[in-house]
Design a protein around this ligand. Structure first.
Ligand code: COA
Length: 191
């Protein structure tokens, strides 16, 4: 499929800006594009040197902060960049969080995120760009090296197993394992 005309791209970018700033209700933004090996208009590197540099600098700082041994600076920095993080959240060192759309991630209170977890809020498909809100509900536990895809909600007190690849919602109080993740059991939910 051919890429977007300049006019279509401008309209789609305006729609994306409304989506990212929470002015629209949908959970996932999609826009047909050309193949992502070429410019799609949605990568920061398509928007000129200034735009590309701003992402690269943020990504470099982000990577460094997320490797620090203490939790507090990680939480502080992510909040400053626009990630919504509740109280008593623990992010282990070495978590990777998509630096392109920090405002699309919400981590509610008392969530634990294991080391090496990757959380993506955008993806390029063969002919489509997607950005999606990721919502991690209270007291969820995300096991080490799990991958959470864009547009996914992890329910309250749900567990994601180490190494699981999650592309669909995980209902509250359940455990998701494997690649692609499947639900293995429902836990007892305290009232
Ligand atoms: C998912 C998890 C919570 C399950 O623990 P559990 O309740 O003790 O479950 P079990 O060990 O009885 O395993 C249940 C089944 O799931 C499978 N399983 C467990 N963990 C798995 C994993 N990470 N990936 C794939 N399968 C897994 C087991 O092989 C077993 O399969 P079976 O029923 O066919 O024999 C645990 O294995 C896990 O991944 N915890 C995360 C630990 C972690 O990453 N902590 C963060 C460190 S920073």
């Amino acid at each position: 499929m051919a890429g977007n005309s300049a006019q279509e791209l401008q309209a789609a970018r305006a729609r994306l800006a409304r989506f990212v700033t929470g002015q629209t209700a949908e959970r996932v933004f999609t826009q047909p594009t050309g193949h992502p090996s070429g410019p799609t208009g949605f990568c920061y590197c398509d928007g000129g040197l200034h735009r590309a540099l701003s992402l690269y600098l943020r990504a470099a700082a982000w990577e460094w902060v997320l490797r620090l041994p203490c939790n507090r600076p990680r939480i502080w920095y992510l909040r400053r960049c626009g990630v919504q993080i509740g109280a008593e959240v623990h992010l282990s060192p070495g978590v990777w969080i998509d630096p392109m759309f920090p405002r699309l991630l919400t981590i509610e209170e008392r969530v634990f995120v294991g080391t090496g977890v990757k959380i993506a809020m955008h993806e390029f498909r063969i002919n489509e760009f997607r950005a999606g809100k990721v919502l991690i509900r209270p007291e969820a536990v995300i096991g080490a090296f799990a991958v959470i895809g864009c547009g996914v909600e992890i329910g309250a007190r749900a567990t994601v197993a180490a190494g699981a690849v999650v592309g669909r919602d995980v209902p509250p109080g359940t455990t998701a394992i494997g690649n692609p993740a499947r639900i293995i059991r429902k836990q007892c939910m305290p009232s």
